[in-house]
Design a protein around this ligand. Sequence first.
Ligand code: GDP
Ligand code: MG
Length: 153
Amino acid sequence: MSGNRERTYIMIKPDGVQRGLIGKIIQRFEDRGYKLIALKMQSATTEHLEKHYADLKGKPFFPGLIKYMASGPVVAMVWEGLDAVKTGRVMLGATNPLQSPVGSIRGDFCLAVGRNICHGSDSVDSAEKEIALWFPEGVTQYTSALDTWVFEN
Ligand code: GDP
Ligand code: MG
């Protein structure tokens, strides 16, 4: 089997929620064969968002980013499957939507870097940290009926 079974943290940002893109974004991960193991809608506090984006503290766009992310509810999700972290990022597209290929989520649905509708973990390490931050209650565990049709073993 090539690729590791991984978990990644994917989030639909407030603009994605407001623009009615929740279903479309979830559909892409389902269609690809990823398994949804956690999902909730949450209005995050500034303090929580500052923890999530701690690595970016000090960047000039940081205050605007926190304000944007706190401007409405987000949809927090954990998706599991082969190469979920890297392939999840490919499915989202580049940070700047204008550099995102058509066919990626950002490349199809948005234009501005500060309104790029979705988040995806950038490494297995940060995925585990982000999952722990957003889902301190833990994630679900179940066997998908599609498992043997999506994975070789
Ligand atoms: P990501 O992992 O692709 O989301 O990108 P980063 O972790 O580098 O940045 C986090 C988020 O901050 C991005 O998704 C953007 O919403 C925002 N961001 C990053 N760079 C810029 C920038 O240069 N200007 C503005 N306004 N926002 C930015
Ligand atoms: Mg990032």
